[in-house]
Design a protein around this ligand. Structure first.
Ligand code: HEM
Length: 147
């Protein structure tokens, strides 16, 4: 069961992190250069159909694996050992992603124009950087940490 969760977790990561890298490096630069939000809107409308389920899978499989690795939730927070270090970082990344995504979804995307495109960029870029950090921290767990 753990192996299945890990496989789903890696697949979900390819969608979430891969999708945000495409958005940041292939879509956002053109939208900013041409001051046209249409590129972003077209991408978002299509990506979210697979992006949101992928994020749900990441959270579900991530929490499942966390419970298998450390059933005592009070031990999930802190940097005493590799498991709590990994989970503290992952849950912090998740909180930051949720804050940025909800703000973009509720405040910026409904009124997206060429005027607030830069403000959206200041949400897309950090979410992309965090999505890569999710992968680095996840893989570093399997390889024994950054030390
Ligand atoms: C979009 C969000 C996420 C992405 C892109 C992501 C990505 C990854 C990747 C690529 C790995 C390495 C898998 C491997 O070594 O084969 C990993 C491992 C892991 N992730 Fe995530 N992750 C995300 C969210 C989460 C969340 C929310 C949690 C838990 C609260 C979590 C918990 C874990 C754990 C415990 C491992 C280690 C599994 C193991 O090697 O046994 N992840 N993650």
């Amino acid at each position: 069961m753990y192996t299945i969760a890990l496989m789903l977790h890696v697949l979900g990561a390819t969608v979430w992190t891969g999708g945000h890298l495409v958005l940041s490096f292939c879509i956002l630069p053109v939208a900013l250069r041409e001051r046209s939000p249409t590129y972003i809107r077209n991408f978002e409308q299509r990506f979210e159909k697979i992006g949101i389920p992928a994020l749900v899978i990441q959270i579900g499989t991530g929490l499942y694996m966390a419970f298998q690795l450390q059933p005592d939730i009070s031990q999930w927070f802190g940097f005493d050992n590799l498991v709590s270090q990994t989970l503290t970082l992952k849950l912090s990344f998740l909180a930051a992603t949720a804050l940025l995504a909800v703000d973009a979804r509720l405040r910026i995307i409904p009124n997206l124009t060429e005027r607030n495109l830069t403000s959206l960029a200041w949400h897309v870029i950090p979410v992309t950087v965090i999505s890569v950090l999710f992968v680095l921290v996840g893989v570093s767990f399997r390889t024994g940490g950054f030390a």
